[in-house]
Write a protein that binds this ligand. Sequence first.
Ligand code: C2E
Ligand code: MG
Ligand code: MG
Length: 673
Amino acid sequence: MPGGSRARAIATLVLVGAVLCAAMLLAGQTVRSMLRLEAESSAGRWAAELARALPDIEAIAGGAAPAEESRALLDLSRRLGAVYRYRLHAPDGSAGLSGGFAPGTVPAAAIGEREPKALAAMLAGRTVVRLAEGDGIREPTLRAEAFVPILQGGRVLALAEIDLDFGERHAFYEARLGRLVLGMIALIALAIAVPGAAFYWRTRQKQVADRKIAFLAHFDSLTRLKNRARFAAELPAALTRASESGQGIALHHIDVDRFKDINDTLGHDAGDEILRQAARRLVGLAGPGDIVARLGGDEFVICQQAVRSRVDAECFGRHLVARMGAPFRVRGHDVAMSVSVGTALACVDAEGASERRQRAAADAFVPAAEVLVKRADMALYRAKADGRGRHRLYAEDMNATLTERLAIEALIRRAVEHDGFELYYQPLFAAAEPELRAFEALLRLRDGRGGLVAPDLFIAIAEEMGMISEVGHWVLRHACREAAGWPSHISVSVNLSPAQFADGGVSVLVRSALAESGLAPERLELEITETVLLHDSEHVLRELEQLDMLGVKVVMDDFGTGYSSLAYLWRFRFAGLKIDRSFVMALDDGNDAIASVVRTIVSLGRVLGMRITAEGVETIEQAERLRAMGCDRLQGYLFGRPASASVAARTIRRHDAPRLARRARKSPDSAVA
Ligand code: C2E
Ligand code: MG
Ligand code: MG
């Protein structure tokens, strides 16, 4: 409980306690006043009754023996009322008759000596009442001692000293008033406590909400790391400290690669769990004074302090990539992911201390916080563009890269909105005899300056922007429509991005593209890379089975460049396998090991009943070697570059006439590749 609330609660308790005591005191006094009044009235009535009923009262008070009836009346009056003993005195104070005293307890002294004040009051015609407590055995627990003058026509006939037993009355009143007081106290307490409790509860709620708001203003609720705002607030101070102390700073901007895929395939809860674990891992990797923050989404930063050299920062950056690449355990599964890291430096230079002094004032040496952040950001873009899962240190030429990327993003958006993509088609030939078998549809985006944007680049950016499914759908529909116009023995290959599988429903899209175009399913080939099967392969395999059931051929593209996990080849019956261009190029180096790898891939394909295509064939020598190694199809610049649909149509016409002529000469069997 905070200090203010505690003090208020204690003050309330003290107040309630004080009210309770005061109420008890007041109740006690009220009871005694009431008893005194009652005693006065009872004693007065008793005396008046005696004066009326005892004709010899004056004589009795003077010491004469009472008449028979008078004694009987006196005894009766003592037994019936509250009066349990009395003493009658003559007006001069001398003792007359007494009743109800235990033997030997009648006060010996005359009333004038014992109670001079009471005597004076009685002679003046007034009654005096006093309350006295007793032990409850010999005397009642409470008695009223009343001194009453017995008057007749204003003349004092006698003086009565009467004791009334008020033990029961007292207990009765106390119980009644006690209950009343308790009830009142309860009401008062309720009146204080209910609003008090409500106020306390509201205050607590507000404090909790305030604390939450304060936390959220500075920290990220998912990972509990500092948030972007807090990081932005702390970075300038860190830079100032660094420039004053001469110790360097490295800002590492960390981004999880293809985090959208993880979210899409494993679900957002698993994605959140990975981010939490990633945050904990980053905190563990950071040094004691380093700032670790989550900028949002899958982006983190570490502001590394006391960096001695550029090598220091690079080592740490690479270390981050390596350590963050170790699998995360989520719901009993190991989930592997990679991160890209971009690093920018402040107050660090490679030249040494003397140079440092000369450059101390230069912008490049102590950049403003925003500049440092922008540089780390650019280095991160470079790390991503260079293939992800790597570290890059900021260099001056990276500025242009970022501008270029933003321009490409704008081009993609415009192309999606205005149907601005184009499809090029690259021919694939049967290896045994150069017969046209298929075209691979390859997406093109114009750069607005008469050139084309590199597909590898803009497709990766479209994936990161989350737009690849829309783009992929467009490609599928256009490629099927184009191929439907080709001769029926020529197929079309369409590349599918892993992100399209993550979004799900690929088979539905394929079925609708086939239905829309009228293309026979066996004339459509879909090229996927191994990365498709990296995450949640069960879900992907189900999708691939669906495609297989449609009659479409699924081909493993770029085989040999990725993880090349042969397990994938066993788990799904791929119709074909495309050996990556890098192997074909490596063959030229005369590397025997590469040649035997290619031969192994070919024989593996044979065993699994797959058609083997070699990509990137540029020379006749390459074509001959690959043919000799047993490849079924060849694709590359040697046979034709990717070109527009009209060029593809011309290629078909050029190759179809001789084919038909050959076919007429040869047996039909030889045309099967
Ligand atoms: P890929 O599927 O492996 O496509 C083959 C790439 O190799 C194409 O590059 C093609 O132009 C190039 N190539 C073909 N023969 C030769 C050769 O003899 N020498 C050399 N040096 N290169 C050759 P491109 O068109 O730049 O496409 C690059 C990648 O972009 C493709 O690789 C594919 O992964 C991706 N891509 C292209 N279109 C699409 C698409 O519609 N959807 C998806 N998801 N990815 C696509
Ligand atoms: Mg391909
Ligand atoms: Mg390929």
